[in-house]
Each structure stands twice: as C-alpha cells, then as structure tokens.
Design a protein around this ligand. Structure first.
Ligand SMILES: C[S@@+](CC[C@H](N)C(=O)[O-])C[C@H]1O[C@@H](n2cnc3c(N)ncnc32)[C@H](O)[C@@H]1O
Length: 272
C-alpha cells in the first residue's frame, strides 16, 4: 500500500465541505476508524458493503483490514477522492455512485458481505429496516452501523424500557443486536448535536412457523398505542386478543412489557 494523505488534506484538496442535506459528518480519527472496522471480526478477504464512504475514512480502515469493499456514495464530489483510495489498494475497492436506497445491493455480491457504515442519519433507519426485513437467511453476514445514540438504544432496547418498541423487536426476533461502542459527538466533523453509537447486528435462526408480516402487524398495532392495554391496542388484529389470552399473555399488559419471545409466540399462533 502506498502512504495515504491525511483525511483532512483529502477533504481540502477535493473541496468536500460537509453537506447537511446529505447527512455528512465525517470521521478522521484513524484509531477510532480501525476500532469500528474490527467490530465485524477478521475482514481479511471478506466482502464488505459500505454505504456513504464520503472522503473514505472508514473505507481506508476496512481496506487496511484486508476487505474487498463495495461502496455506494451519492455525493459525486467524493468520487475522485475514493478513486485515489482505490489506487492505493489495488483490486480491493469498487465505488458505485448512486443512492443506497435505490441500489440493488444483494445483486452486487457473489457471497454474503458484511455491511459497515457511518450512516447518513436521514436514511439510516430506512436502510436498517430494509436490511432486517430481507428474506432469511439474509444476504448479508453482519451489520456494523453508526447511529444517533437514541436510535442505537431503540435497536438494542429490552422490554420494560422507554426505548423498547417496533425497532427492537425487528432487530432482535431473528438477530442479536448490541451496542459495540459509544462515539462522542466531537469525533465528527462537523460535530452533530447528539451522541452516536456503533451497533453490531448478527443474524440468527428465524423462529419456525412465524410469518414476518403477521409479526409486523402485531407490533405496529401494539406499539401504535403503546400506553394502552393489549386488549385495546390489538383489537384491530383479528383473533389477537383471544390468542394472547390463550397463550398466557395477559391482555391487560401494555406492549412495552411484552418480550420479543412473546411477540414471536403470538405471531406464530396467528400465522397460517
Ligand atoms: C455520516 S457521512 C459518513 C462519511 C464517511 N463514511 C465517514 O465516516 O467519515 C454519510 C455519507 O453518506 C452519503 N450519503 C448520504 N445519503 C446517501 C444515500 N442515500 N446513498 C448513498 N450515500 C449517501 C453522504 O454523502 C456521506 O458521504
């Protein structure tokens, strides 16, 4: 590998002033970036899908770890900077200029890539929900994603906590999700208003006999009126209240007290 210029110099040389509309908050600390790149485990020879490489801070760390990186970036100003990075790691980096919400990502890979991204906040949750809603076993091997701390807490939340809701059930019913590391707002340029955290999600076995759309319907209804008792909030899902009762899930409970396993049992009983 040839030696690379500091990221701040790359930004200056390519005129990459951060765009708020594109959710651009860049990371320059190479130690932090290396720590993030280690979260998925040994990436040597592994395929990685990165959304929003920007000037390429995380991309460098992923390439340095030996990954084969495919990166989708919407901001065309970043493409020449990324091309230089590709020259420094011959044959390891493929850059696609485009919108990650529209790219057919699974079609880009022969195997199962790890997904790693310092996500643009405005599209982060939509991308996560898309990846978690994939046909199972999913097309990706793991997710290592930066979120605003509050979103990260919603992803890993346990029942009985304020953050527990649809996103927690979606992220936990057939995957395990944990906060790999908190990241201080001052690590970013420009610093966002809020703190961040890297979340690590690993897919697990899908519980048998559960239709995803039934689970979705249940959690949408239950958390749509999260302060109401289940006997009220689940009224719109045919058979749900009676089935909950039959399964020993007391319909006077509120959604936020119902565990992921209980939602799964209820969804299984209502799936056909
Ligand atoms: C938070 S910045 C992260 C930049 C860089 N990876 C880093 O860590 O310093 C988010 C990046 O996502 C890009 N981006 C925003 N929306 C996008 C989209 N819909 N598809 C692909 N990239 C997008 C932005 O241009 C920006 O480069």
């Amino acid at each position: 590998m040839t030696s690379l210029p500091p990221l701040r110099e790359v930004i200056r040389r390519h005129g990459l002033s951060a765009s708020k509309a594109l959710g651009q908050n860049f990371l320059f600390d190479s130690q932090l970036l290396d720590r993030i790149a280690r979260v998925p485990g040994d990436l040597s020879g592994q395929e990685v899908f990165e959304v929003g490489p920007g000037p390429g801070g995380l991309t460098r760390a992923l390439l340095g770890a030996g990954a084969q990186v495919t990166a989708v970036e919407r901001d065309r100003r970043c493409i020449p900077a990324l091309a230089e990075l590709g020259d420094a790691f011959p044959g390891q980096l493929r850059v696609i200029e485009g919108d990650a919400l529209e790219v057919d990502a699974p079609a880009l890979f022969a195997g199962k890539p790890h997904i790693a991204s310092n996500l643009p906040y405005n599209v982060g949750t939509a991308l996560l929900v898309g990846w978690l809603s994939a046909d199972w076993e999913p097309w990706w091997a793991s997710l290592t994603l930066m979120f605003q701390k509050e979103v990260a807490e919603r992803i890993v939340a346990a029942p009985g906590t304020d953050h527990y809701g649809r996103l927690a059930v979606l992220a936990q019913w057939r995957s395990s999700a944990r906060i790999a590391m908190p990241v201080h707002r001052s690590a970013f340029t420009p610093p966002p208003k809020v703190m961040s955290a890297v979340v690590h999600i690993v897919p697990g076995d899908e519980p048998p006999g559960v239709q995803f759309r039934v689970l979705e319907k249940l959690t949408a209804a239950a958390f749509g009126q999260r302060r109401k008792m289940l006997r009220q909030s689940l009224k719109g899902v045919p058979g749900a209240v009676e089935t909950a009762e039959a399964l020993g899930i007391d319909p006077t409970r509120r959604a936020e007290t119902v565990s992921v396993a209980e939602f799964v049992r209820l969804a299984r009983a209502l799936s056909n």
